[in-house]
Design a protein around this ligand. Sequence first.
Ligand code: SF4
Length: 509
Amino acid sequence: MQKTIHTTGLDALYLASIDSCVKRITAVAGFPITAVAEKFIRDNDGTYDFHWFTSEKSAMETALGASVCGCRSLVLVKHVGMNLLADPLITSVTHTIGAGVVILAGDDPAAFGSQNEQDSRWYGKIAEIAVFDPSGPETAYECLIRAFEISEEASAPVIVRVTDRLEKSEGRVLRITPRAGGRGKLFDPSVWKLTMHGKHQLFHLRSQPILTREAEKGSLNRVSTKGSVGVISSGFPSAIVDELLSGDEQWNSVSHLALGVVSPFPYELAASFVRKHERILVTEESEPFIESHTRIFGNVYGKETGHLPYGLLNREHIGFALENLDRAHVTEYTSIQTIAERGPRPICSDCPYMPLYHILRRLDVMIAGDMGCSIRTAPEPLGAVDTGFSLGGAISTACGFTKNGIAVIGDFGLAHSGIIGLINAVDHGSDVLVIVLQNDVAAMTGGQAAPDIKEAVRALVPDLEVFDPDAGARNMGEAAFEELERMIKEKLDLKGVSVIYVKCKCVMY
Ligand code: SF4
């Protein structure tokens, strides 16, 4: 039975998961994936287990464990989380799985809530797996339904890329009744008869043709051929192109190839489309992924030729690019966004950690910050931390400083991967002071609970002190932080690893 409903991209992803009989959902919070995860928490009908994880690698490994036992699993992570789960992901492809595993990778064109603007489609190339890139609710639903099927046919995980605008988009979805296909599919241990190289050979002989067929002939790609100019797109930009071409007479005769499958790249489909046109514009977010695969076929324009900006695209960008397709190169997008121009995103003015950040600013040492609130203290006027490379990365970064340094890390970042840096710091006898901001939540991603691993840390680092400005006699506001400043200066003179936990209550949660 089929039923058409009007819904959002976010709800379409939820409904497709329900209709695919997903049994296990693992998630790590972060923009723009938190909204999807919260939908699954809110509307849990009891048919699946949902768990927040502090590490994407663990989230992926648990999903794989469920898969080998016959449970379809969904992994929710933001784009930077893909970097951490890449390890089990890439090996799972030749290891093979049981029931379907789909990763919803939340990309952030424009880096609105992220430390970079990376494009998850590239993980399809590295892992040799399918990547679907839906444009709105209808394709989000279709992509997720198909992703579970293909994952089981190819015995490998599938990535479905989502963005904030896709989640918020509205449209019609043709909903199917839940399918039984593939549910309960178990891992086949006979693959252990093969060498590791043999498993890779098996993948190329058995699985890759299935994925290539889906990319070249599957129903998730859409073509309309009209005039001498064509647009190739994927993801949410496909919806913008559809709107532009159907709403503006000037562009009525422009052809459109909207790719729902971007990995394996559908070379034959794209080459045939390019060769039918005099000029092609590629519209995509965030990087020139399709453009780099199609330039070889003919007159292809896009980000690399300057016709479109990197990152987020809008209707005006695409209209401008179409108007300028007679130019080989365009140089309009050369300005570089500054914080002054965009507007600062400071930490909360009443953040209880503010006195600590003022102390850090006064110190003449290098300070490694971490992802989360502390990274927002790097720009002036606070200028508290000096670096911020990755979630959980502060301790290892500080260990690389040439003089005694400080690592400032949140309790969530510590449980995410910072603890690994701490183990290495102790093992190497590094001289580093670690300040753990213990507010018991992942403040930047929606207030998810952060585990308290203080006793595990104390087992590693006996020199651990807890500073709680609100506790007992210390309950004297900013003055209490004078004591903290003394403590920090003392620890900086010591050899080896020291840890100070600073306990405060986040005013947001
Ligand atoms: S969210 Fe919480 S921890 Fe982060 S800056 Fe605001 S008050 Fe401070």
